[in-house]
Design a protein around this ligand. Structure first.
Ligand code: PLP
Length: 384
């Protein structure tokens, strides 16, 4: 038995995506080739571009295929920074949230080598910013604002729709860059008009790993990120990963037909309710509201999270202490740290993330195992 509650790290491939891959057969499909096979590949690629762009109310010409969100984030931030640096003299600053994914934090750090200043937003309330708080921190040199739509560790949502409107009206020169990885398919989302670039990753919503996309306005003015044969507006050259793209198309179609977000939320809420009623000393690390539908970040008082995860895994229940990269490195969560939590609380906190395939039975089994293991750990601790 496997109870997988780590869908923010990666999710299983949807049957529909698997079928789309099987339909590819063994034909040599390179969308850049001029022969019949190439044309077939090109039409498949463009049909997928239309479908995925349309789902987010974007134009097909605003969508670039990438290998995933790490590449997408690098591409968006680095190319936009190059355009800004060229077009405007003086100090350039990127303002960003300290809870961003490491791909964003490291890319912003890299911008420092290029002469940019980076500054972290302050004043979040349980991880969430208001437009007023952000507005007070914008300076004349702020050229880029990077804020994720939802946090992958806590599920906290940012008011991107309002922020987009605010930036468009009052600071149209600022490039608003949004990592939409943890939000997409878990909360309503479109390519809001004031957003310059939005980044997505397929394996978080049942498409293949190594497949993602970026939505970006004004692509004609963007310099190459990967130099080469001119594919993807000449910005992201290289043969496009057609199987990956078809898996993305199928996963988006599945989401359109049956979004499942409301069902996920009901199960996530049931999960939290069951745990909190069966075990004392369990606290949410976020507010109950303003979160994506699938994520729960919980603090278990008096518990060592690493030890609990090992015990849960022995019983077939998989969860994690934060994002896959940092939890692999045994670092304490920078997200919970930025939210002001103590080390003790961070080390006793675990993220559970559901998917469209999670069932009520799985939630019941998971909560039963969890409450037994938390009790065991607490008993062991007090017996020492
Ligand atoms: N952004 C967020 C919020 C993520 O959760 C992840 C993956 O964990 C990434 C970016 C990087 O995505 P990818 O695995 O596609 O490189």
């Amino acid at each position: 038995m496997s109870l997988y509650f780590d869908n923010n790290a990666t999710s299983i491939l949807a049957n529909e995506a698997q079928k789309a891959l099987q339909s590819l057969s063994l034909e040599p499909l390179n969308p850049s080739s001029r022969h019949r096979y190439g044309q077939k590949a090109r039409s498949m690629l463009e049909a997928a571009r239309c479908k995925v762009a349309q789902n987010l109310q974007a134009k097909p010409k605003e969508l670039l295929w990438t290998s995933g969100a790490t590449e997408g984030i690098n591409l968006a931030i680095r190319t936009l920074a190059r355009v800004k640096s060229k077009s405007k003299e003086g100090v350039h600053e990127v303002l960003l949230c300290p809870c961003e994914h490491s791909a964003t934090l490291e890319t912003a750090n890299y911008l420092k080598d290029k002469g940019w200043k980076t500054r972290f937003l302050k004043g979040a309330d349980q991880g969430r910013y208001t437009i007023e708080t952000i507005s007070e921190q914008i300076r004349p040199e702020t050229q880029m604002l990077v804020l994720m739509a939802a946090n992958n560790e806590t599920g906290v949502l940012q008011p991107i729709d309002q922020l987009s409107e605010f930036i468009q009206k009052t600071h149209p020169h600022i490039d608003l860059v949004v990592d939409a990885v943890a939000a997409y398919t878990k909360t309503p989302l479109v390519f809001y008009p004031g957003v310059k670039a939005m980044i997505f990753s397929g394996h978080k919503f049942h498409a293949l790993q190594g497949a993602g996309f970026v939505l970006m306005r004004g692509l004609d003015e963007i310099p190459p990120f990967l130099f080469g044969g001119g594919q993807e507006h000449g910005v992201r050259c290289g043969t496009v990963n057609l199987p990956g793209v078809l898996s993305l198309e199928a996963a988006v179609e599945l989401f359109e037909k049956d979004p499942k977000s409301a069902e996920m939320q009901l199960l996530r809420d049931l999960f939290e309710e069951k745990i909190q009623t069966s075990i004392p000393g369990v606290f949410l690390n976020t507010r109950k509201e303003e979160r994506v539908s699938n994520t729960s970040n919980l603090y278990f008082e008096g518990i060592d999270g690493e030890a609990l995860l090992v015990a849960l895994e022995r019983r077939g229940l998989y969860a994690s202490m934060g994002s896959a990269c940092s939890s692999g490195m045994h670092q304490s969560s920078h997200v919970l740290r930025a939210m002001g939590y103590s080390l003790e609380r961070i080390q006793g906190s675990i993220r559970f993330s559901l998917s469209r395939y999670t069932t009520k039975q799985e939630v019941e089994q998971a909560t039963a195992i969890l409450s037994e293991e938390v009790k065991n750990q607490r008993n062991t601790f007090f017996a020492l």
